[in-house]
Design a protein around this ligand. Structure first.
Ligand code: SF4
Ligand code: ZN
Length: 732
């Protein structure tokens, strides 16, 4: 058996390179060799070819060149030979296969055949994975929420087994890519038949029906070192080391393997991704590429996920509450439609709120859940609508009043991660639903309390010693206690608004992204949040209390070196030590002179527009053109990777309305262009800030893409409205 693998992989590589060539010649005959192609929303051309060779494929003629490179990697097909002596040949051929697959998929895009559509159900596959999605996933990767990725290729022996394997991966927060088929059947089809919700929100991403579509997953992971790691295209050794060391992917190959699956697998082994098969394949022991089995088998479908986790060495820590439904972030994205809903709370239909309240240790009985109300059981059994007030009392020796808001923000996730429970909003604008299925499975009101108890302990181990939950369901109680809660929300907001960088002597670092961007450090101050938007100063302060050796460390400000640009001795020292020497000094309040570095998961990019004497801000997800002639994806490519780039900077959305936003450069007056969606998002806070700055009409003077997509039009507009940036000192 093992004799045929190397020859199978090499044979398939020859075939697919020939197939790509045929398709390419046909397309060139139709469209001409100068026809330009790019995958949707990426700055990395054909990412596999670009990453491995540094060659940017932009036209059909370029594809011809790239295919020539693939051909050079081909070796003669050995005749029934063992794997090991032919390892190098097989791996080279595997890479040639990936190049050919990438070109075939590009050509399919040109022909309008991608993303593929399932002819039976009309289901549209995901197709190519965009840079935007990749950056969105960035934070989940680094903070350990997502321990790894599974590419499932083929079909399970039956529909139920497919569901079982996928559910097990979901519960472990492993992102799942689906591709390939066995005699026309596939896991995607199996899940569709079982009405399993598919998509990014549920961690199940069907890429396409064929083996070739597996390449989209590999294309995605080869961009990680380019986006986050600061590695250069063409430096293939570093790229492959990065994917092996930092991207925890593996393949589950279900059903028989054909030559192309072996060859694609050989390509993936280059990247450090092993394959676990449910058929009697020969096991391929470590050969030097990996320190673990490259191909392994597990015939028992109850054990195959566990086996894969062991082989690839994933760290999976799942803590779930004792409830009768599945639990984990993969269930957060589920929607509960009206027809599937059993009962709901809040959402304008009934009064509802949730509130975390700090108490003294002796005031809290740990683990207790109390439900206060009349005829609770009967009313719950009837379904429909119910008022709901949830009060979570926490106590702990290291608990602080400031942490209430942070614990409260997690209540949303606590509930949403349960399968069949749905939660939206926060504070007194929450909306919750329980699905009919979850009710059938035995979910009760008490489980809300159980979930909050267990998960608050899990998430906040070292600051929370005791948790108790009280649930109110009578309208008058809910309304009465809601008033108390509102008072507490107001006090919190006032305290937060009063906090400035000057009022504290300690900032915090966030080093989470170093697992992907080794030289990047976010410096987080009360007035500047992390560039991913997920961590503010209070969050990092709490995170440090929770885990003193974790990714958030205190930075003593030390002596102030420049109060206008925002430079301190303590920050500089910290950065020198923790950026691997890459950053010597930092100014927190300017974009022009040693600005903050970016990893890759910024919410927005600020960039100067010299002609306008100001800056523009573009958010992730905006795919149109900007006045400096670059799309977000292109800009992101130059900003990321942990280097300082004067004139360009990644930021979190909320920084825009901070008093310290480009403070040394003239503040918000410098903003001349923002995307429409970003304007809408910050409108309220921005107008307040503008008033405070003495430019109450600034918001209306800022252009967006409906007004200008190039600098000429932009200047016309700015002049016509008299934008203040035109009158300010030159930026440099
Ligand atoms: Fe990464 Fe900065 Fe966000 Fe931390 S705050 S997760 S380092 S982007
Ligand atoms: Zn990051």
């Amino acid at each position: 058996m093992s004799k045929i693998i190397a020859s199978a992989a090499i044979r398939a590589a020859h075939e697919i390179v020939n197939r790509a060539e045929e398709m390419l010649d046909k397309t060139i005959a139709e469209k001409g060799k100068d026809y330009v192609f790019e995958f949707p929303d990426t700055a990395y051309y054909l990412p596999m070819i670009y990453g491995m060779t540094g060659f940017a494929v932009k036209t059909l003629a370029d594809m011809k060149v790239a295919l020539g490179m693939a051909r050079e990697m081909l070796h003669p097909v050995p005749d029934e030979k063992l794997w090991k002596p032919y390892l190098g040949e097989a791996l080279d051929s595997g890479m040639a296969t990936l190049f050919a697959e990438e070109i075939i998929l590009a050509l399919r895009y040109i022909q309008g055949l991608e993303p593929a559509v399932d002819p039976e159900t009309g289901y549209v596959y995901n197709g190519f994975i965009t840079d935007t999605i990749q950056r969105n996933l960035g934070i989940q990767l680094v903070d350990g929420r997502m321990p790894g990725f599974a590419a499932i290729i083929g079909a399970a022996p039956d529909d139920d087994t497919a569901v079982k394997i996928v559910r097990e991966l979901q519960e472990k927060n492993i992102l799942i890519f689906l591709s390939g088929h066995v005699n026309g059947n596939s896991v995607t089809k199996q899940l569709l038949r079982k009405k399993v919700e598919l998509g990014w929100d549920t961690y199940i991403v069907p890429l396409g029906p064929d083996t070739e579509h597996t390449l989209y997953a590999l294309d995605w992971s080869i961009r990680a070192p380019l986006i986050f790691g600061g590695d250069k295209p063409g430096d293939y050794k570093r790229l492959l080391k990065y994917t092996k060391d930092r991207v925890f992917a593996f393949a589950l190959v279900l059903g028989e393997l054909d030559d192309l699956k072996w060859s694609t697998g050989a390509g993936a082994i280059n990247m450090g991704y092993p394959a676990i098969c449910d058929t009697d394949v020969p096991v391929i022991h470590p050969t030097g590429v990996c320190t673990y089995e490259e191909v392994d088998k597990e015939l028992d479908h109850d054990k195959i996920v566990q086996k894969a986790i062991e082989v690839r060495g994933l760290k999976v820590t799942v803590e779930k509450p004792p409830i009768p439904v599945s639990y984990g972030p993969a269930f957060e994205g589920e929607r509960i439609r009206k027809d599937d809903m059993y009962i709901e709370f809040g959402g304008q239909r009934s009064p509802a709120f949730e509130w975390v309240r700090m108490k003294e240790l002796h005031e809290v009985e740990d683990g207790k859940v109390t439900i206060v109300g009349t005829d609770v059981e009967e009313r719950f059994k009837k379904g429909g609508v119910m008022p709901l007030g949830i009060v979570v009392d926490v106590a702990g020796r290291k608990m602080q009043k400031d942490f209430e808001a942070i614990i409260e923000r997690k209540l949303h996730h606590n509930i949403n991660e349960a399968q069949g429970l749905w939660h939206m909003g926060q504070r007194d604008i929450i909306w919750m639903r329980i699905s009919k299925q979850a009710f059938k499975d035995g979910i009760t009101l008490e489980h809300f309390g159980v979930i909050h108890n267990v998960m608050t302990h899990n998430r906040f181990k070292s600051i929370v010693d005791k948790v108790q939950v009280t649930i109110y369901v009578d309208e008058e109680d809910v309304l009465r206690i809601q008033e108390e809660a509102r008072q507490a929300y107001r006090e919190r907001d006032a305290r937060l608004a009063g906090m400035t960088d000057e009022s504290v002597d300690t900032f915090y670092s966030c080093l989470l992204c170093q697992s992907f961007a080794p030289s990047h450090v976010c410096v987080i101050s009360p007035e500047r949040l992390g560039l991913c938007g997920a961590y503010n100063w209070l969050d990092t302060k709490a995170a440090y209390e929770i885990d003193p050796t974790g990714g958030n460390q205190p930075i003593l400000k030390g002596e102030v070196l420049d109060p206008v640009k925002g430079r301190w001795t303590g920050v500089d020292e910290y950065l020198k030590m923790n950026s691997g020497g890459k950053v010597e000094t930092l100014n927190l309040y300017t974009i022009m002179d040693n600005p903050m570095t970016s990893c890759g998961c910024f919410e927005c990019i600020v960039a100067i527009i010299p002609e306008a004497n100001g800056v523009m801000i573009v958010n992730r997800g905006y795919t149109g053109m900007t006045p400096i002639g670059m799309k977000f994806s292109t800009l992101a490519g130059t900003v990321g990777g942990g280097t300082q780039n004067p004139g360009f900077m990644g930021i979190g959305v909320n920084f825009i309305t901070s008093r310290k936003f480009l403070y040394a450069d003239g503040g918000i007056r410098r903003i001349v262009w923002m995307t429409k969606s970003l304007k809408e998002r910050v409108a309220e806070a921005f107008k307040k800030r503008a008033e405070e700055e003495g430019v109450p009409d600034l918001f209306e003077k800022i252009a967006d893409e409906t007004i200008a997509e190039d600098s000429e039009k932009l200047l016309e507009f700015l002049t016509s409205v008299g934008h203040p940036a035109l009158e300010m000192d030159p930026m440099f």
